[in-house]
Design a protein around this ligand. Structure first.
Ligand code: ADE
Length: 258
């Protein structure tokens, strides 16, 4: 997977992605991180890349020329026109499903804006996808690009040590990950669930699956709509729902008595 990041702050991206698992993946050549400085494509003697918005208003807008020239230069060198993902709070909210789809590409371009955004003509000419990392506004697109690169990279074969872990993690099957425990067996009086010490792999797997369902129901019940559960698991979920319903009815009754 080759990432090309079009930015005014290339150092922010290269330094943010050169450690830990993503840094190791780059060292191994499983991914490449190519940060391109949009400012290098300014035709201005002061290397300006922004100007005041037509029609007035606060802030500065990034000019279309340097952005498009930067992308066209990249396309010439690659001899192809990769997808351009524009980082914007107006875009589709990034998800694990989008990451999986993007991980199938060979090259991805991340376009990072700053100031009040980028001239609409550049966006309409080169952008293929508008993507957001959530309903809040950041100062630029570099952090969203880094978030997406991190997420997509762990889906690239060989990036994670254990091939399985990308599959089992949170959101696999639309279920959250089960709780994890490690030594010591008892911490501050709290015991590790005995089934995990039993060595009985089938029981451990069944317990983990049930805890995933329980956790998803309490923390992200919206995900369950798209989870694929066996008949037995659906029954377990139904029983859990009834249990929770009874508990909350009990708590309500108790508060009335108080
Ligand atoms: N740029 C500024 N805020 C953003 C967000 N929430 N997602 C993606 N790009 C952004």
């Amino acid at each position: 997977m080759n990432y090309h990041i079009l930015t005014l702050f290339p150092q922010m991206v290269t330094e943010g992605l050169n450690t830990s698992i993503i840094g190791r993946a780059a060292e191994k050549g499983l991914i490449t991180i190519n940060a391109l400085n949009i400012r290098d494509y300014s035709k201005d003697k002061h290397r300006h890349v922004d100007d005041a918005p037509y029609g007035g208003g606060a802030g500065m807008v990034m000019q279309p020329g340097p952005v498009c020239d930067c992308y066209e230069d990249l396309c010439r060198r690659l001899n192809k026109r990769p997808r351009v993902l524009y980082m914007t709070p107006q875009g589709r909210v990034f998800s694990q499903a989008i990451a999986q789809e993007l991980a199938r590409e060979e090259d991805l371009v991340f376009l990072c804006g700053h100031y009040e955004g980028i001239d609409e003509r550049a966006l309409s000419r080169i952008v293929t996808d508008h993507l957001s990392i959530g309903d809040y506004v950041l100062t630029g697109g570099e952090l969203p690009a880094m978030v997406m690169i991190d997420c997509i990279s762990r889906l690239v074969p060989g990036v994670l040590n254990n091939d399985e872990s990308a599959q089992i993690d949170s959101f696999h099957d639309n279920l959250l990950e089960y709780p994890q425990y490690t030594r010591p067996e008892i911490y501050e009086g709290m015991q590790v669930p005995p089934v995990l010490l039993s060595g009985h792999h089938k029981n451990i797997e069944a317990w983990r699956r049930q805890e995933s369902i329980r956790r998803t129901l309490t923390m992200r019940p919206d995900l369950l709509e798209n989870a694929s559960l066996t008949k037995k698991e659906q029954e377990f979920l139904k029983a859990l729902r009834e249990e929770i319903h009874e508990e909350s009815a009990c708590a309500q009754e108790y508060s009335v008595i108080e």
